[in-house]
Design a protein around this ligand. Structure first.
Ligand code: JFZ
Length: 438
């Protein structure tokens, strides 16, 4: 019995402490592959950065103590009254955009909570608006079949127990903080969020400051998975680079930011990219064109990742009309071309400037970004023959296969200059074929 206990303890030690002595998440508590694959099938999510700071139109969290004086920033919630907020309107906009999951900043670096947390007074309940933003969104998402996710940053420049009270570019105040108590605060809030709203995924952030350690991250991952073994967790809990997954990563998938992730057939990733420049709303912020939005989504799928496209709603609760319209245009494109995005995997060709490719079952989808003189010349795939070739947006195109090359050709311009999808129906599944060198 004693011997078995010793072996058990040793096994646990080896599972949690890696070769170089780093703290690792025990494999037994990690999110299962089937849950992660289901998440990667969704391909397109909506990020929403929102809070009282939109009253100033500056960046959420980061403008505190910079463009907005700390006292002013910390008092904004007393004026935050988004009377025009309508959760169902937001979710309908997301739905029309072809979005499958939605991630709301329940707490950003400024520490303000968009739900009525029992563990602080710095919440929406204490604003003139009073009502639970997170709860209303969760309900609306459930009603319209959108997966509901929660962004929760670790660092908290407002909470007295967190040791630093601004972004570190400014001299720190003398406050000491107490990470033991702060971690307890986090756990209480996360338990509250999980049991009240049952999020599909938790999107952590703010893991880079010194008071937060790898040990705390591994402990918190275990704590969360005990509360809900199915909840997905991004990779910004531990102290490793958020762009990658490594043995020390604490979290389930990588999170490249403001850039399309690198082509990767093994590690799951989700790029978060803003529709304008700022995460939070800014009046007249420069907005991405339809072509930029579509190509970002297409190239993300062509790299085998998900896109979390961010919008910043206005202080009165509405989503800017032009942002809603842009999202609708993306949704219209997806209604025609969604088969090339949802549930696909990248390949079997690596993306280049002319096209990306995705695949599912017997189909290969070429995402074409230029007319390329009405043709594409690509290597043939050993053991596979083309049965049919066509644009998703219109009729058949001609194809020929010889000398180990495939030539696709069409007359006139491609149906959509932003991105047109050519489908190749093959004689057998292409899901598992290796990458084809071009
Ligand atoms: C973080 C947030 O700070 C940002 O506001 C937004 O929520 C985004 C999704 O995630 O982005 C970062 C992370 C780290 C730095 C800057 C932005 N940094 O270390 O300078």
């Amino acid at each position: 019995m004693f011997k078995r206990l010793c072996i058990g303890i040793l096994a646990l030690l080896f599972a949690t402490i890696g070769a170089k002595g780093q703290t690792l998440v025990p494999a037994a508590i990690k999110t299962t592959d089937s849950i992660i694959m289901d998440f990667m099938d969704q391909r397109f999510g909506l990020f929403i950065h929102w809070g009282p700071v939109t009253l100033r139109g500056t960046e959420i969290g980061w403008s505190r103590n910079h463009q907005v004086a700390q006292n002013d920033y910390d008092s904004l919630y007393k004026e935050f009254d988004p009377v025009l907020f309508n959760a169902e309107e937001w979710v309908k906009i997301a739905k029309a955009a072809g979005i499958k999951y939605l991630t709301i900043t329940a707490k950003h670096h400024d520490g303000f909570c968009l739900w009525p947390s029992a563990f602080t007074d710095y919440t929406i309940r204490h604003s003139p608006y009073k009502k639970d933003i997170v709860g209303q969104l969760q309900k609306a998402c459930k009603k319209y079949g959108i997966k509901f996710c929660i962004y929760y940053t670790i660092l908290d420049w407002h909470h007295p127990d967190y040791p630093s009270h601004n972004d570190g570019k400014k001299p720190q105040d003398s406050s000491k903080g107490d990470m033991k108590r702060f971690v307890l605060y986090m756990k209480n809030q996360l338990k509250e969020l999980i049991t009240s709203y049952h999020p599909y995924m938790l999107w952590f952030d703010g893991n880079w400051e010194a008071p937060w350690t790898q040990e705390m991250a591994v402990d918190l991952y275990g704590y969360i998975k005990k509360l809900d073994p199915a909840v997905i967790i991004n990779n910004r809990l531990g102290k490793t680079d958020h762009k990658l997954l490594t043995a020390e990563t604490v979290g389930d998938y990588a999170t490249p930011e403001q850039e399309i992730g690198r082509f990767n057939m093994t590690d799951p990733w989700e790029s978060c990219i803003t529709i304008c420049k700022q995460w939070a709303w800014k009046p007249n912020d420069q907005m991405k064109s339809f072509t930029e939005c579509i190509r970002t989504l297409s190239k993300t799928a062509g790299g085998n990742g998900n896109l979390l496209l961010n919008i910043g709603p206005m202080p009165d609760g509405r989503i800017e009309k032009r942002q809603a319209e842009r999202l609708k245009e993306v949704g219209n494109w997806l209604r025609v071309n969604g088969a090339a995005i949802y549930g696909t995997r990248a390949g079997p060709f690596k993306p280049d400037s002319i096209f990306s490719s995705t695949r599912k079952g017997n189909k290969i989808f070429f995402h074409v970004y230029s007319n390329n003189n009405g043709s594409l010349n690509i290597p043939a795939m050993p053991g596979r023959k083309i049965v049919k070739a066509y644009f998703l947006a219109r009729g058949n195109i001609s194809f020929s296969e010889n000398n180990n090359r495939i030539v696709l050709s069409w007359t006139g311009e491609i149906p959509d200059p932003a991105c047109s999808i050519i489908v190749l129906e093959m004689n057998a599944s292409v899901d598992a074929i290796p990458l084809v060198n071009q």
